[in-house]
Design a protein around this ligand. Sequence first.
Ligand code: PMV
Length: 338
Amino acid sequence: MKLTVRSPSNIALIKYWGKLGDQLPCNPSVSFTLTHAFTEMSFELCDKNSSEDIELVFFFEGLENQKFQDKIIKFILKEKEYFKNVLSKKIILNSKNTFPHSSGIASSASSMSAMVYGLLALDFKLSHKSDEVSSQTFLNLASRLSRLASGSASRSVFPGVVLWGDYKDIGTNDCAVDVSHMVDSRFLTFRDTIVIVSKNEKSVSSRAGHGLMENHPYREVRFQEARKRMDELLMAMKNYDLEAFIKIVEKDALDLHGLMMTSEPSFMLIEAKTIDCIKKLRTFRERTNIPVCFTLDAGPNLHVLYPIEYREEVVAFLTQLDLPLIHDEVGKGSEIYE
Ligand code: PMV
C-alpha cells in the first residue's frame, strides 16, 4: 500500500512560546497556513520481516536519516494505540521539503503533520474506514497527534487561519481549529515573502526555548497579554482593520524575541541585518502607506505579510534589500497528494 501526503508549514501571528505537560500550550496561538513551503512524504507499507513492535525506515531527501528515524519511532511507539494497523506492516518513509533548511520556515510543523496525516490515513484505510479520511474527526485526531509530535504542527493540518489553545468557546489545547470563517476573506489571499537574513543554524532549539519560559520573570504577563492580544487580533481580522493587525502582529514577534533575550540564560536569534530590514520595512510603509508588516519565527529571518494587491510594490521593495527571498501565500493545509 502506498500514499503521498503534502503538508505545509505555517507562520504564527500570535506565538506559542512556553508549554505545560504533554505539549500543551501556555497561551493560545493563531497562524496562517502556508502553501508553497511544504513537506512531501511518501509512505509504503510492505510485509514485516521480524516480530519487533515496529519496523520503520526513514529517508530524508533520498538518504537514510537515523536521527529523524529514531524520533519518529519513539513517537509512534508512544502513540501506538492509534497506529495498530500500520504497525503490523513494515513502514518505509521518504520525505523531502520544498524549502531550504534553516530558511526561517518551520520544518517540524510541516514534517510532523505530514508524518501523522499519512500514517493515520493508512491506518484508517487498513481498517476499512477510507471514507472517514479527511472527515472532521480524522482532521481533529491528525491535529491532536501532530501536536504531540511538535506543538506548532497541530496548526498545519488545517487551511487558512488556524487557532490552537484554550480560548473562549473557540479553541482547545487538545487540537487546533480552522477559524478562517471568523476573519475577513481578504486575509485568506494574504502573501508571505520570507527574507533570508541568515542561513545559520539556530543556536537554541525551540524545545530549549519553551523550557526557558518555565522560570521566566515575565511569564504570567506574557500569557495574559497573549490572550488579550488574541481578542484584539481576531477583532482586527474580522473588521479588516489592517492598522491594528500590523501593530499586534509586529508586537507579538518582538515579544517572542524579547522573551528570548530576557531568559536565563539569555539568547538572541535576531541579527543586525534583521533590525536593518525591520527599519527599512517601516520606512517603506510610512512612505507608501502600503499595509505591510513583518513577523519572525524562532530565527533571524523576516516573514513579510501583505495583501495580494500590493505584491508588485512590496516585492520590488524587498528585492532592493539584496537578500534571498521565498514567496509564499496562505493555503490549504495537509492533503493526500496521490
Ligand atoms: O512547535 P515548536 O515546539 O517548534 O514551537 C514553535 C514556536 C514558534 O514557532 C516560535 C511559535 C509558533 O507558534 O509557531
